[in-house]
Design a protein around this ligand. Structure first.
Ligand SMILES: Cc1ncc(COP(=O)(O)O)c(C=O)c1O
Length: 401
């Protein structure tokens, strides 16, 4: 099959190919560029050029941390590079149990369960917990993995306006008595960088008898004075029933987790299809993740430095005249308007060795294309100043500011 026919699949493939080829021809395609080397945490070698990295999820700069690398190496020496299969049968290692205990302690819950990706965690957990006749209420800007989990569940799926507690309450009131309901939201929104209003959200969930699930992909290690996440940030304790997070961002590994009450975790361990029917997290990744949680506790200066760096970057861009929406976190949207302007700003930034990437429609609303810059604890203030100079100069040339 060469996809040159005129059925709907071929038409979709051809339309994409045309867009893709045009982007490449005009030097406006920036995705899937391979990093050849990571240098000193904040710099990377891409296409033979060393650039400052402003697109990394390694918020605390833990990627390449000697303690974490060493833990991974030891795990390979002891267990090899894979497992004996799925967790339920012969795939569970003592390393998985240690990791789950560490996560439960870190998140102050009775237990935790891990999966092989954050994406699959949301998919399998939401679709297992919720079913026909139940109601799922999801913030409009939630991550795709949450949306997919909700759709797959077969439950009534309602989106409430972004971080809008009045709209959420209105929707909670519309649910028939007796129906099970789940409210789900990102802690830090992955395109905008703003923080969910957990105090009001959790109060509404209590009032309307709804389970609350929060995705901490971008808040673990980032929010709260010691990086323990959204509850620490607001000074709340165990108001979230299903504490989901990833092991691929601040935690420099791969995987996802849910932390919560023991009966919930026991249930998920025996019902979620991604746990039962898919191979276990490899030993090196489980050990690296486990060690990373310990490093966060042992090196709190990283959180303080991340906060200083983030403040510097956001304030500088705003002073220069950029709209950075409501971010207060390490994800910093730099609004450009049209897709073309976002591409042009990316090209200028990368030509001046600032590795930052654009997000365009349909990932964000039309007219709200942006750079999605990220800041980490590995950056030094003078590097951040340089990146801001590059972005501001280009922004003025293109007419964004
Ligand atoms: C909010 C959110 N949830 C879940 C995921 C999926 O996590 P993973 O990349 O570990 O599969 C992401 C990834 O970008 C995310 O931003």
């Amino acid at each position: 099959m060469d996809f040159d026919g005129d059925d709907s699949v071929a038409r979709r493939v051809q339309a994409f190919a045309a867009r893709f080829t045009e982007g490449k021809l005009n030097d406006l395609y920036f995705y899937n560029q391979a990093v050849a080397e990571i240098r000193g945490g904040s710099r990377v070698l891409v296409n033979g050029r060393e650039m400052g990295m402003y697109a990394s999820y390694s918020y605390l700069g833990l990627l390449g941390h000697p303690r974490i690398n060493e833990a991974a190496r030891k795990a390979v020496d002891k267990f090899g590079t894979g497992t004996n299969g799925v967790r339920t049968l012969a795939g569970t290692l003592t390393l998985h149990e240690e990791l789950e205990e560490t996560i439960a302690q870190f998140k102050e819950t009775e237990a935790a369960i891990t999966y092989t990706s954050g994406y699959v965690t949301n998919l399998t957990v939401i679709s297992t917990l919720m079913g026909r006749g139940d109601y799922v209420l999801s913030d409009k800007l939630n991550h795709a993995s949450i949306v997919d989990g909700c759709l797959m569940s077969g439950a009534e799926f309602r989106r409430f306006k972004h971080n809008d507690m009045i709209d959420l309450e209105h929707r909670l009131q519309q649910i028939p008595d007796g129906a099970a309901r789940l409210v789900v939201a990102d802690a830090v929104f992955s395109m905008d960088g703003d923080v969910i209003d957990l105090p009001r959200l959790s109060a509404l969930c209590r009032q309307y008898n709804a389970y609350l699930m929060i995705d901490e992909a971008h808040s673990l290690g980032v929010l709260g004075p010691t990086g323990h996440g959204i509850e620490e940030y607001y000074g709340l304790h165990n108001v979230v029933d299903i504490k989901m997070g990833t092991l691929s961002k601040t935690i420099p590994s791969v995987g996802g987790y849910v932390a919560g009450a023991q009966p919930l975790i026991d249930y998920l361990r025996h019902t979620t299809r991604a746990y039962i029917f898919s191979a276990a997290l490899p030993p090196a990744q489980a050990a690296a993740a486990n060690e990373a949680f310990k490093v966060i506790v042992d090196e709190p200066w990283r959180i303080a430095k991340l906060n200083r760096n983030t403040g510097l970057f956001i304030a500088g861009l705003r002073r220069a005249g950029f709209d950075t929406l409501l971010t207060t976190t390490a994800i910093v949207p730099v609004l450009c308007g049209s897709d073309e302007r976002a591409y042009a700003l990316t090209r200028e930034a990368q030509h001046h060795d600032v590795f930052v990437l654009p997000v365009v429609s349909p990932a964000v609303p039309d007219g709200q294309a942006r750079l999605r810059a990220t800041i980490t604890a590995a950056h030094e203030p003078q590097e951040i100043e340089h990146a801001m100079d590059v972005i501001s100069t280009a922004g003025r040339q293109i007419g964004i500011i």
